[in-house]
Design a protein around this ligand. Structure first.
Ligand code: HEC
Ligand code: HEC
Length: 507
């Protein structure tokens, strides 16, 4: 995982030296450690069975079930496409198998922007921008976002165009990737560019678990995996465009790795094998006391447990923390005061998670068409109900408002689209017209009712991979809690806010 210093040309070395000098004032140890954390595609190192990465909240633990992985010749780790990237380039162990803006900034500094991470295709705001300039990569460097290009109109699994019940126009196009001749709606092959955070490649058995025969949100049977004939979960990717690991990796290889050929069977098997064995969670909390001393801790527990498909009813979400609630006064008194205070706060956060209700309003996928009414009084657990990971047991496409106006924060750095619903019925919450920075699931289904719906993602190891939400609009965990407070007018007290932050930090 060391940087290939020999590959840097001289002027770069100078840039590197000044970057290091700057870091020294912050903390020498930190700077050295961070360089060592970067996983270079094709480095050939062994992926360890267990590794802890210290962070402000304790440590992130990444573990691989069944022992270390030899990455030589392994398709997840080798640059198998022409652009020098591997899957691991954007799914870095140090960042909980996602990628943070901070890591991107460090790579920019260390390589003068030449790391394959910054490939023009999706590591810049638009391939038409001058690639040597930092400003052309601002979405990745400042927000951790990659460009995702979707065909317009959307295609079905066989590649045939889908008839849509809405039209799409570009209102704002800060980087020219939605309006130019080469990319966007006016291009010869029309596309829509949106910008998204990498979702963590870990704990995937929970994401792939199938909770229902029918998608309760649409009433339709779950789609069957073309390869195995088994139902697929519907919880992969922000817009559910790929529903099995196999379909997902083809999408990733053709876009992020810019591969012109298909993955071979052997490559797909290697990637799927690694993906099914890797787990990540926050592990050590406060005063270096491991969670598993009391409560069977994070990553190991995720590995050992079955995906609890009816989390609400069978094993409550985050039941692992109940052990902290059940500690005796004597046991608590034996803890260092800070650890004790943190655990008490997490336990209160857990209680809020399960019981603190608020009015969920205008959130398509929940208020409509499920019949819960609008508004519906419920809790965080209502939408986040799978044990251990907090994703939705049903396919989790819900419009929380993270990309749709007026609920989303102002996002001048993102494109803005005007959607006009042309079907018989208007959208139940927005009417005929919707302003959105990312139509989300609607880019897969072509339905106006799905505009802005985003698949709930797993809630593990978040302290190691901020910013949060698919478009990174929550800068950190406190920012995410404040988003919910505003969105659903929850009115947390300062103590409740802190307790919820501590719970989410401990996951
Ligand atoms: C250039 C960065 C980049 C590279 C390289 C990359 N990914 Fe990703 N990955 C992403 C982004 C961004 C998303 C989220 C996409 C979305 O939601 O639309 C993602 C999502 C995923 C997901 C979905 C996880 C979930 O919870 O939904 C999986 C699985 C995944 N990637 C696997 C891979 C594999 C396998 C490869 C290599 C073949 C790979 N990725 C290469 C950026 C990358
Ligand atoms: C109406 C359904 C709904 C409710 C209620 C809800 N969420 Fe979410 N949550 C979502 C959706 C949808 C996403 C994905 C949104 C996105 O990425 O833009 C999400 C994502 C998240 C994430 C993941 C962030 C990331 O990037 O990994 C966290 C953490 C979270 N919610 C916490 C909470 C908390 C805390 C509450 C209670 C205050 C809550 N949610 C209530 C639907 C809901």
């Amino acid at each position: 995982m060391k940087m290939a210093a020999s590959r840097l040309r001289l002027p770069r070395l100078a840039a590197l030296a000044s970057a290091t000098a700057l870091a020294v004032t912050v903390g020498m140890a930190q700077a050295q450690v961070d360089e060592e954390y970067w996983w270079t595609a094709g480095s050939g190192e062994v992926f360890p069975e267990v590794r802890d990465y210290p962070n402000a909240a304790g440590a992130l633990r990444v573990l691989v079930e069944g022992g270390p992985v030899d990455t030589v010749g392994h398709a997840f780790f080798e640059p198998i496409g022409p652009n020098g990237r591997a899957c691991v380039t954007c799914h870095q162990p140090h960042d909980a198998m996602s990628l943070t803006p901070r890591t991107a900034q460090e790579r920019w500094e260390a390589t003068g922007g030449t790391d394959p991470l910054f490939a023009a295709w999706d590591g810049s705001n638009c391939p038409t921008m001058p690639q040597g300039e930092r400003a052309s990569h601002s979405l990745l460097l400042d927000h951790g976002l990659f460009r995702i290009e979707r065909p317009w109109p959307p295609r079905d699994l066989q590649g045939n165009p889908i008839e849509t019940d809405f039209t799409i126009e570009v209102v704002r196009d800060p980087w020219g990737c939605n309006t130019g001749r080469a990319y966007g709606l006016d291009a010869e092959e029309p596309t829509v560019s949106v910008y998204r955070r990498p979702r963590p490649v870990a704990n995937l058995k929970y994401i792939l678990a199938v909770g229902f025969d029918y998608d309760p949100k649409s009433g339709l049977a779950m789609e069957l995996d073309p390869e195995t004939g088994e139902p697929m979960s519907g919880n992969l990717m922000s817009d559910r465009r790929a529903q099995s690991l196999s379909l997902q990796m083809r999408d990733a290889a053709a876009s992020h790795l810019e591969m012109l050929r298909d993955l071979t069977d052997a490559e797909r098997a290697q990637i799927a094998d690694f993906e099914s064995r890797v787990y990540a969670a926050q592990q050590t909390i406060g005063d270096d006391i491991a969670l598993d001393e009391v409560a069977e801790g994070g990553a190991e527990l995720l590995q050992r447990s079955e995906a609890g498909l009816l989390g609400i009813f069978a094993s409550p979400v985050w039941s692992e923390f109940d052990a902290w609630a059940e500690m005796s006064e004597e046991e608590m008194a034996a803890l260092p005061p800070e650890t004790r205070a943190f655990r008490e706060s997490v336990v209160r956060g857990l209680h809020l998670w399960r019981t603190r209700s608020f009015l969920v309003n205008d959130s398509a996928g929940i208020n409509q068409p499920l019949g819960f009414g609008n508004p519906a009084r419920n809790t965080c657990q209502f939408c986040h109900n799978m044990s251990r990971t907090g994703i939705d047991v049903a396919p989790g496409q819900i419009d929380l408002g993270t990309s749709n106006q007026p609920f989303a924060d102002p996002m001048p750095h993102l494109p803005l689209f005007r959607i006009t619903c042309t079907g018989r019925l208007p959208h139940p919450h927005y009417g005929r017209e919707i302003l959105t920075s990312d139509p989300g699931y609607a880019l897969t289904t072509g339905r106006c009712l799905d505009v802005g719906k985003i698949t709930t993602q797993q809630m593990r190891a978040m302290a190691a991979r901020e910013p949060l939400f698919h478009n990174g609009i929550a800068a950190d965990i406190p920012g995410l809690v404040d988003f919910y407070d505003r969105r659903y007018n929850i009115q947390y007290t300062p103590q409740e806010r802190q307790d919820m932050i501590n719970l989410l930090t401990a996951l």
